[in-house]
Design a protein around this ligand. Structure first.
Ligand code: NAD
Length: 444
């Protein structure tokens, strides 16, 4: 394996990709503009929570195959393949994606590329970005046509990032139109991913635009599935039906399937919300906005769950949060992650606080990020600490620690035994038997 890889942007995606590629035997140089991140990664200290990743990182460092830098000159000199893994967040006040970081990475790297190499975009970008960046590379790179760009969208899930990187469901390679460049890019990508291809992971080649669209349409589908079941939850609430039973019954139909069909507080995080909004914005620019109007509904159903959660809690407290204590369990947007970007849990906590409630939040891993994101909230050191003297307890992220809570032990800490299960993660009968007033989204 002759290829030396650089990974530009070492956040959730890039740090995982860099460590896993080193584990597969490649020499890897990770690059980030965040010096603190680089020094922590270089010391084997993962700057975020991801189960199973830190040992892979450390193994890479100890083997000498994995290093980190903030120098683009060093990366350009080192790499045969440059993976672009920088963030593409939502623009402030708009639906569109902010491409400042992707553009910045290519602008910084391209002028330094003095030998043949492949640039591989992994960030989630609006369709048309790869074609534009390929022109930038051709214009800026001294190596000219010897610097080729491919797009290889990433599908990993936080919480399962190592598993998903090592054993992806599929590998998508968006290739340039020019035949020679496309053949070269495909050959290099097949070599980089050889161990996965040997395990029969499907390898799909496409043009740039299709490859970019695979990623955003996958996220649009997943968001739609979640909002579909949450729309059913709204109807169940009106009809006094039970959405968890409904979802279970639907899940046995192979055509529907049970994954992403869990009713609750809805989706959040650094991907689904911003990706469906950027997709709508881009479709609008392309004159195809009508095709995606349903995604506006998907987004609104999702946001309505948060409002419903707050309403349900307020109702349990007799109509007002003022002078009332609320224990919030969960801050991360989902379990097994410390990511609080667009977190439904923190959104609900902040909204209750804004309505006069005294809110104390606890999360097993996301406390530092949550404190930074919502400094005016109170935080507890443990689950029991967060619910102490609470008039209502809200379960907003379904960590195993919360699923396994003992209702009797918790009852000893609270002021009133009111619980709202925002993730349909608890057994209602068990909680009711322990004297709790158990409520959940989409259930009678
Ligand atoms: P992140 O914010 O955790 O990491 C992005 C990193 O890029 C940061 O460390 C930042 O300092 C760095 N960066 C910014 N500008 C840079 C530059 N010019 N040069 C070098 N580094 C720079 O974001 P993330 O969650 O890792 O997401 C990265 C991309 O991957 C996004 O497009 C996202 O949509 C996509 N993605 C993320 C996931 C996920 O689960 N997090 C999954 C699939 C795809």
């Amino acid at each position: 394996m002759a290829h030396r890889l650089t990974v530009i942007g070492t956040g959730y995606l890039g740090a995982t990709h860099a460590a896993c590629m080193a584990d597969l035997g490649f020499e890897v140089l990770g690059l980030d503009v965040d010096e603190e991140k680089i020094s922590r990664l270089s010391a084997g200290d993962l700057p975020f929570y991801e189960p199973g990743l830190e040992p892979v990182l450390r193994r890479g460092l100890e083997s000498g195959r994995l290093r980190f830098t903030s120098s683009y000159a060093e990366a350009a000199e080192f790499g045969d393949v440059h993976f672009i893994c920088v963030g593409t967040p939502q623009k402030a006040g708009e639906y569109a994606a902010d491409l400042t970081y992707v553009n910045g990475a290519v602008d910084a790297l391209a002028p330094l590329l003095r030998r043949p190499c492949l640039l591989v975009g992994k960030s989630t970008v609006p369709v048309g970005t790869a074609e534009r960046l390929a022109e930038t590379v051709a214009r800026l790179a001294p190596a000219g046509g010897d610097a080729v760009l491919a797009w290889n969208p990433e599908f990993l899930r936080e919480g399962f990032a190592v598993q998903d990187t090592m054993h992806p469901d599929r590998i998508v390679a968006g290739l340039p139109d020019e035949q020679g460049a496309a053949e070269h890019a495909e050959k290099v990508l097949r070599e980089v991913y050889a161990s996965m291809l040997a395990a029969d992971v499907p390898f799909i080649t496409a043009d740039y635009a299709t490859s970019e669209l695979v990623k955003v349409s996958a996220n649009a589908f997943l968001a739609t599935k979640i909002s579909f079941i949450n729309a059913m939850a709204e109807v169940c609430e009106a009809a006094h039906a039970d959405v968890t039973k409904l979802s279970e019954a639907l899940s046995y139909d192979d055509r529907i399937g049970g994954r992403f069909l869990g009713p609750g507080l809805g989706f959040g995080g650094g991907c689904l919300p911003k990706d469906i909004r950027a997709f709508m914005a881009r479709a609008g620019e392309l004159g195809a906005d009508q095709a995606l109007t349903f995604l506006r509904e998907v987004d609104e159903i999702n946001i309505r769950r948060r409002i419903r959660m707050v309403d349900l809690a307020r109702q349990l407290l007799g109509g007002s949060f003022i002078g009332r204590t609320v224990g919030v369990l969960g801050a991360a947007f989902k379990p097994d992650s410390d990511d609080v970007r667009d977190s439904p849990a923190l959104d609900v906590a902040a909204s209750i606080r804004a309505q006069g409630g005294k809110v104390t939040v606890y999360d097993p891993q996301a406390m530092p990020n949550a404190r930074r994101a919502q400094p005016t909230l109170d935080f507890g050191d443990s689950c029991l600490d967060a619910v102490r003297d609470a008039h209502v307890v809200l379960l907003l992220t379904e960590w195993a620690e919360f699923r396994e809570m003992d209702p009797v032990e918790l009852a000893g800490a609270v002021s009133e035994r009111n619980i709202v299960d925002g993730r349909n993660a608890l057994e209602p009968e068990v909680w009711r038997a322990a004297g709790w007033n158990y409520r959940a989204l989409g259930r009678p």
